[in-house]
Design a binder for this molecule. Sequence first.
Ligand code: PLP
Length: 388
Amino acid sequence: MQKVYLDNAATTPLAEEVIDAMVSVLKNNYGNPSSTHSFGQEAKVLIENVRRQAAEYLHVSPAEIVFTSCGTESNNMVIKSCVENLGVERIITSPMEHKCVAETVLELKNKKKIEVVYLRPNKKGDIDLEDLEAKLKNSEKKTLVTLMHANNEVGNLLDIEKVANICKENEALFHTDTVQTMAHYPMDFSKIPVDFASCSAHKFHGPKGNGFTFIRKNSKLKSLITGGPQERSLRAGTENVCGIVGLGKALELSLANMEQYRNEMEEIKSYTISSLKEAVPGIVFNGRSGEMDKSLYTLVSVLLPFEEPLIGMKLDMKGIAISQGSACSSGASTPSMVMMMLLDDDQIGNGTPLRISFSHYTTKDEIDYFVDNLKIIVEEHLIEKTEC
Ligand code: PLP
């Protein structure tokens, strides 16, 4: 049976070059980077090279990059420390955020009694930046704004430069979850005044369990994990050298081929959109997903015009991996929080959300195989409807 992987927003396969780089470290560089002998120092050099590489990509200084275990940890670290250590009393966010941001904010609200203000997105998932500005102007409380660069379920892109400038003008801190955009888009934080951002290697063909946090210099953020002085005391624990090297190799490949990969994936995305429109009458593109310039080129999110809770399983039986929402909520029988915000009442219970996400390995033949199999399911539903 053909196997087609269209769930790259959940995770991506490791690039061969990444595997090779990691295997080499596992075999040859077992020293502890905190050790002063040559074994340790060789490992330390490997880490520092990746830190420099990440810093160059973001146009920041290497001291502003802190390696972590994942995007979830990076986001937790920033949000929790802003409240614990930087005197943040109010967080402005949106209901479109990833669970690792949403749940962290909620927990802080429950425990610390910080004020949380939600910006209500419209039915396309757009955040009203005038509303953000008004909310920032009307408060004396020290505020953190946390808004994601791109939504992982529908792909909506946010103008983080605009948000960062609004925050700066109003003396608020700005954290952005860039897990779906790091290594896919150019980032210049010497021009965009974001304070904190997150990265996760497994979203761009690097290893799972590796990421980094960008922390603007002099921000006085503290470590989430206490212990040794690793990562300039911002993240205790012996570094995952092999994973960091894997992250570095994946970043190197993504940056060297960014334009080419983007062009290829944009072509795959438009091809998917037109094939789906032809194959599924009444299909809806969720949020800004159908608009190339306003959404991630790595994914498309649709609502099929019938309810089929077993669609993920049916496609899986044909060897096709897609998501019925994000990886965190797939398998759940109810639509995710994000979909609930975007769908009209009559669409909930009458439609099936699907997220199809690409990598530069995705081919048009794979899209054809997916669409052909989806068509069979659509036809079954049309027959069922006429028989009723
Ligand atoms: N933020 C976004 C937007 C994501 O898509 C994800 C992963 O799905 C995360 C955060 C969490 O990243 P990680 O899997 O590295 O913890």
